[in-house]
Structure formats: structure tokens, C-alpha cells
Design a binder for this molecule. Structure first.
Ligand code: NFS
Ligand code: SF4
Length: 634
């Protein structure tokens, strides 16, 4: 089985009939995988290598420079964290520039949309804003944001201002305190260069600091996106390949940054007429991956598909353009589109794909570029006339957009004076056994969505509330978990009662969905905010809460970094794909056990979703007992 998504399976048959190659074909051609790489025992950090270490204790046990298995594995892992941090924070920096350019009058395209959020974020970052105009306040916040990237005074404020006092102390005790975001990334690259840091424990502490810097970048990306494009509120839409419309200009927006996608949403509205002149019934925007989450949450734009199935919309013959910015975009899209009329359009100078159409998108020329991109798609639509299309008529209803503000807003209908109280009371009373953030990608090594579905079914039935982000949220969207009906179907009695009470108080005519879509991968910061608010309210640290995280089908270096900051914040973190660390017992032992003594969180590595659910539930119960709350057996 390649995917649990029926629409994906239909399109895989179509791809096969068209003689097209997909990620699953290329995956098969990579087998058998190299055992050195899989266990982290391969080093290419200098040209005396590549060096490999024998995992069975025979020679060689050291690289040419003398680096041993522990050093190699730790170096590889922390480089992945640095890459993840660079990606999230690169995205954040792009947003900071957009805000900065508007504030300083260099671009009109990115005005502040959510003034309340601007004031709230500025306040948290220590800017009072008293008597300031919006533009002035935005300018001060953008300046402060940009300063977070360079070397500054430790600790890094955009991370530390959003943590509990206990967490700040724990990180300081460990020496895992980042200064500037980019400074921390650069230091990790320096430390993992040949002949620098060779102490696995020291490397891992550096990696944790870098993951905390990643959290700063992610939090900044969430904050600035909300300021520029609006803080998400619950919104209804649909997800899966059936959201394509043969009569319209079908444009998929793929990648991550709303700096691009939000402008395209605006431009598409203005260009309906032009599409009509080309014989189209309109422009149909759809999202892929985290860009899909961004525009779903803020505009109700339907989600097309996620992660490993990103090539498949092309084989319907109905996709006119795939517009991408950066991250998680398969270069194979160009080959997939080579036999179709689909235009693959890259937009960022730092992320081109040979064979794609490149239309450079900058903050200054945002509007013209957006129009050019849509015109290119309209041109493709014209060339599609007369060609056969085949769209699987499969899609699910979705309710998304559960920002912290939206969740607090919904809870405040139950208790306006103290919105967190109903949530806390229900956790204490046991109607909610705990909260699990299920995040991260699909990975071609796992039948698509298998672990997401298996995990949620088990946890929901046991009254565990699930929050979802990234392509995980996408998986739940495509499988109908983001609906009131899913509460009836999957939630245990306690959880169902809570979801119904909140739904009723908000006049929804049904329960809240049992899986709350809280955003894209940078929006994992929203989950941390909720945990920190609850911890502060209870007067405990985040490592005491019955809260866990899981990336059951993770793929990217960004996911490694997120998992690491979640561990650093004291959460048990499940990974459903084995990371390349098994070559070092020292490193694997530190990640799955040793770190618990230091930070309270730890990694649970378990590919089987049922066993994973049991382990996560066990961790939640351990936390409940720690707080003196009643616990339940599995
Ligand atoms: Ni997250 Fe989002 Fe998806 Fe994975 Fe990629 S899109 S930032 S990394 S694949 S969840
Ligand atoms: Fe080999 Fe050391 Fe060079 Fe790595 S850094 S390739 S282990 S010599």
C-alpha cells in the first residue's frame, strides 16, 4: 500500500497509465539503502572521506581524522537541526523584511492587517507602543525582529520571552541558550566542520540551543504572518484532489511563505475577469503543503494535497500552474509536468528548478509578479482546451484556523473571565486525558497517512485532544478528521462531551472537530504558546504537563529541529521514522533517555502507530500522576 488516501491511489494508477514516474518509483529504485547512511555512520565533512564506521564493531571504528561513531552521529544530527533552523528562520526573515519595507515606506504591498496582534506581539517583545502610529510600531517591531538574527545578548528574546521561567532556567543550566538565530546556525556549521567539536554531549547541547533558535524563528514567522495577513479564525473549506475544477484556471500554490501566497490570493480576486475572457469559469486557487495551510487558515482556500503526493495533481491534466516558493518542493515537479500543459513556476531567486518558468517575486514588485504568475496560468488554461482531464471526485470537509486566539475565543464563551479554566478543569477532571500535537510530513517510507490515522484513532478514543500542524494537519484534513462529525465518530465520551459543550456555547450546532488544525509547521509555536499558558496558569513548568508531540511520518531537517525544541521544552516526542542515530549508542541513549533527566522531554522512536499511541498515552499518564491527577490504564 502506497497511500491510505483514495484520491492519491486513483492518481497513482493514472500516473502509471501515463508512464510517469512518481516519488514512490524513485523510492523503490533507491533500495537497498546504505546502512552507513541510515545509521549516521558516514561522514563527508572533508575530502579525506567519505569515511564510514562499521556498526558491528569491526574495523574501521574511526574516520581518517579519528572521529568516532559518537562524533559522526552527533555532528550529522546537529547539522540537520541547523538546516531546519535556517529554513524556518529564513522564512521568518523574509516576513520581517516585508513588514520592515512597508513600515519604512519602501513597499505598499504589505500593510499591517491585524493591529491587535501587532500590539500584542510588540508588548511581549518589550515595546510598549504607547502613542505610536501603526507604521511606527511596525517599524520598531521589524527592526527588533531583524536584530534577532545577528549575534546579540543571550538569551535570544523571541524564544525566551515565550517560555516559562522554569524552562528558561533549565536551558540556562544546561548551557543551551542561543544568542542570535543566524549566529547560532553559523556556530553549528563551524562546530561540525572537520576538527572542531568532537564531544557528542557538547555537540548535542549546541544542537538543542540551535533548536531553541529554530523556535524563535518559527514563533517570529507565526507572529509576523498574523500581523501582516491576519490571525486565523475558524474557517470552513475542503481538502483533496476533488477540489480541482476543470472549468476554471486551476492554480496550486506550494511551499511555505504567505509573503507570496497571500498576495496571489489577492491578485486572483482581481483577475477573475481576465480568466473569464480566456473562457474560464474563474480562477481556482488551491494549496499544497504548508502554503496550503497558510491560505486555508486565513482565506478558506481549499487544500489540494500534501507532501509526498505533490506530483499527482499534474496527472489529472487539469492543473494549469504549480506556483512554488521554497521548502518541501520536489524538483521532480518539472519532469512530472513535462508531458502535461502544467506550468511549474518558481518565484524565489534562491530556489530555482531547471526547466521551470521563473518569475521573480520580491516585496517591491509583489503585485506585478503576482499578476504575471496568474497570467501565465491563464495562458496554460487556454492551451489545455480540448485535452482530456480526469479529476478524482474525492474531497473532505474541513474546519481549520484554530489559532491560540481562536481557541481562547471559543473557550471564553464558556468562561469569559477565565477562558483557560474550562480546558484546565477538563484536563484535571479527566474528560481530557492530555493533549498531543501531531505534526510533520509524510515520508515515502511509510504508507501515506497510515501513522497519522492510526495514532489519532487510538488517542481520540482515549479522550486525548489532538492538535495538528503541517502536512499532518493536511492528512487529517483529507481524511475527514477536521469535522464535527469526526468528534462523533472518533472521540471518547469525555472528549466528545467537552467538544460538544464548546461547540454549543459557540453556536456551531455541533461539536468542535476532535483534531484542531492550528496551522503550518512554523505554527507549532502556537502549540507551545498554549502549553506555556496552561503551565503558567497551573504554576508548573511545561515538562510537567500531560502534553506530548508526535511526528509520525516525519521527513525533513525542519522536523528534526522542531522535535528537538519540543524535547527541550520538556515534552515526550514520538518519531515514527527512525532517525539516522542508531550508529551511536551514546547519542541514541541521550536522545531517548538521558535528556529526560536534564530537560524532562525525550524522544520515543516507534514506527508502529498502535504501539506509539500506547507509549504516548503512557507518557501522558505518567505526567497526570506527577500532577496528582487520576490516571487510566491503556
Ligand atoms: Ni513541515 Fe511544511 Fe510538509 Fe514536512 Fe514540509 S510542508 S514545514 S516539513 S513536508 S510537514
Ligand atoms: Fe573522515 Fe574526519 Fe573528514 Fe569526516 S571529517 S570525512 S571522519 S576525515
Amino acid at each position: 500500500m502506497k497511500s491510505h488516501d483514495t484520491a492519491v491511489r486513483v492518481m497513482l494508477d493514472a500516473a502509471r497509465d501515463q508512464g510517469a514516474e512518481t516519488v514512490w518509483d524513485r523510492h523503490a529504485k533507491q533500495d537497498p539503502r546504505c546502512g552507513f547512511g541510515e545509521t549516521g555512520l558516514c561522514c563527508r565533512h572533508c575530502s579525506q572521506g567519505p569515511c564510514r564506521i562499521n556498526p558491528f564493531g569491526e574495523d574501521p571504528q574511526k574516520g581518517v581524522c579519528g572521529a568516532d561513531a559518537d562524533t559522526m552521529v552527533a555532528r550529522g544530527l546537529v547539522r540537520a537541526i541547523a538546516a531546519g533552523c535556517a529554513s524556518h528562520s529564513g522564512h521568518a526573515k523574509h516576513l520581517a523584511h516585508a513588514l520592515h519595507k512597508w513600515a519604512k515606506g519602501h513597499s505598499d504591498h504589505y500593510p499591517v492587517k491585524d493591529e491587535a496582534k501587532l500590539k500584542a506581539v510588540a508588548g511581549r517583545m518589550g515595546i510598549s507602543g504607547e502613542g505610536m502610529e501603526t507604521r511606527q510600531l511596525a517599524g520598531q517591531l521589524a527592526d527588533l525582529a531583524l536584530k534577532q538574527f545577528a549575534e546579540g545578548e543571550a538569551p535570544l528574546a523571541w524564544a525566551f520571552n515565550h517560555l516559562t521561567a522554569g524552562r528558561r532556567e533549565a536551558l540556562e543550566r544546561l548551557g543551551a541558550v542561543p544568542t542570535g538565530i543566524e549566529n547560532t546556525i553559523a556556530e553549528m556549521l563551524h562546530r561540525t566542520h572537520m576538527g572542531v567539536d568532537a564531544d557528542p554531549v557538547n555537540l548535542l547541547i549546541g544542537g538543542i540551543a540551535c533548536a531553541v533558535a529554530d523556535y524563535a524563528g518559527s514563533h517570529m514567522a507565526t507572529d509576523l504572518s498574523d500581523i501582516l495577513f491576519g490571525t486565523p479564525q475558524p474557517v470552513a473549506s475542503r481538502a483533496n484532489l476533488g477540489v480541482m475544477d476543470a472549468g476554471k484556471v486551476n492554480i496550486a500554490l506550494h511551499g511555505h511563505n504567505p509573503v507570496l501566497s497571500d498576495l496571489l490570493v489577492r491578485a486572483a480576486l482581481e483577475m477573475e475577469g481576465e480568466a473569464g475572457e480566456a473562457g474560464a469559469a474563474g480562477i481556482n486557487l488551491m494549496g499544497v503543503c504548508c502554503t496550503g495551510n497558510e491560505i486555508l487558515m486565513r482565506h478558506g482556500v481549499p487544500s489540494l494535497t500534501h507532501s509526498i503526493s505533490q506530483e499527482l495533481p499534474i496527472f489529472t491534466g487539469a492543473l494549469d500552474a504549480m506556483v512554488v516558493d521554497y521548502q518541501c518542493v520536489y524538483p521532480s515537479l518539472v519532469a512530472a509536468a513535462s508531458c502535461a500543459h502544467t506550468r511549474v513556476i518558481t518565484t524565489m531567486g534562491m530556489a530555482k528548478i531547471s526547466g521551470a518558468v521563473h518569475i521573480e517575486f520580491t516585496e517591491e514588485n509583489a503585485r506585478e509578479s503576482a499578476q504575471k504568475i496568474i497570467r501565465e496560468a491563464i495562458g496554460a488554461f487556454k492551451s489545455r482546451k480540448g485535452r482530456a482531464v480526469s479529476i478524482p471526485e474525492i474531497s473532505s470537509e474541513v474546519t481549520a484556523g484554530f489559532s491560540v486566539e481562536a481557541i481562547v475565543g471559543a473557550l471564553s464563551k464558556l468562561d469569559p473571565a477565565d477562558p483557560l479554566k474550562p480546558l484546565i478543569d477538563n484536563i484535571v477532571g479527566g474528560n481530557i486525558q492530555g493533549v498531543v500535537l501531531v505534526a510533520g510530513c509524510n515520508n515515502v517510507k511509510v504508507p501515506q497517512d497510515e501513522n497519522f490515522l492510526g495514532l489519532a484513532k487510538e488517542l481520540l478514543a482515549r479522550d486525548v485532544l489532538v492538535l495538528a500542524t503541517g502536512c499532518g494537519a493536511g492528512a487529517y484534513a483529507r481524511h475527514g478528521f477536521l469535522t464535527p462529525g469526526a468528534a462523533e465518530k472518533y472521540a471518547g465520551p469525555g472528549l466528545k462531551a467537552v467538544l460538544s459543550a464548546v461547540g454549543e456555547a459557540n453556536g456551531l450546532g455541533g461539536p468542535l472537530p476532535p483534531v484542531l488544525h492550528i496551522g503550518s509547521c512554523v505554527d507549532n509555536s502556537r502549540a507551545v504558546d498554549i502549553a506555556v499558558a496552561v503551565a503558567n496558569r497551573l504554576g508548573v513548568d511545561t515538562d510537567k504537563l500531560p502534553v506530548a508531540a508526535s511526528a509520525p511520518e516525519y521527513k525533513t531537517e525542519k522536523a528534526v529541529s522542531i522535535g528537538t525544541y519540543a524535547v527541550a521544552f520538556g515534552l515526550p516526542v514520538h518519531l515514527g521514522v527512525v532517525p539516522p542515530v542508531l550508529g551511536s549508542q551514546t547519542v541514541a541513549g541521550l536522545l531517548t533517555a538521558g535528556v529526560k533527566e536534564l530537560l524532562g522531554g525525550w524522544f520515543i522512536v516507534e514506527p508502529d502507530p498502535l504501539k506509539a499511541a500506547e507509549a504516548i498515552f503512557g507518557a501522558l499518564q505518567e505526567r497526570r500522576r506527577g500532577l496528582g491527577l487520576a490516571s487510566r490504564p491503556w
